[in-house]
Design a protein around this ligand. Sequence first.
Ligand SMILES: [Zn+2]
Ligand SMILES: [Zn+2]
Length: 165
Amino acid sequence: MPRVPHGTIDQFIEHFTLAIAARAEQVLMRSAAGRSKAGAGGPRMCPNPGCTRPGAGPRNRWFCREHARSVPEREQRRMLAERKVANQTAARAARAAEGGLKLDMRCRVARCKTMSRGPRFGYMCDKHLSKLSSKEQSVARQKWNLAHAATSPGRTRTSESAETR
Ligand SMILES: [Zn+2]
Ligand SMILES: [Zn+2]
């Protein structure tokens, strides 16, 4: 391996950074355009993959006039089922990305009541983020996961925190 002089690396990094910035801009512009095109309240589109025509109402299962006639009913139902699954998956992913309903933001350290800074910070609060080593943090997370795995699915085992009495 030949050694690369420092100047070259700097140039490379600069070039790379500029390329990334340009690319990010492109992506942002494209996604903004896509959002306004398929915005909320827009016409419901034909579920046939690749078709860009608006659907011809619920009686045609929202297929466009052409596809409502040309695609056999069984095929239409299959496409709708597929689309439903895809939509559900997308919705779930979007919810998870937004933070989700069930995302527990509490700091994973036992008895710490502070809110953590979320998954990107390993669910550690500011204090524990700086106080604990990454190993200690992961141990705390494991303990927390174990404790919460036992209570979440059935909530039958509420050993110590008895609700009655
Ligand atoms: Zn169509
Ligand atoms: Zn904490």
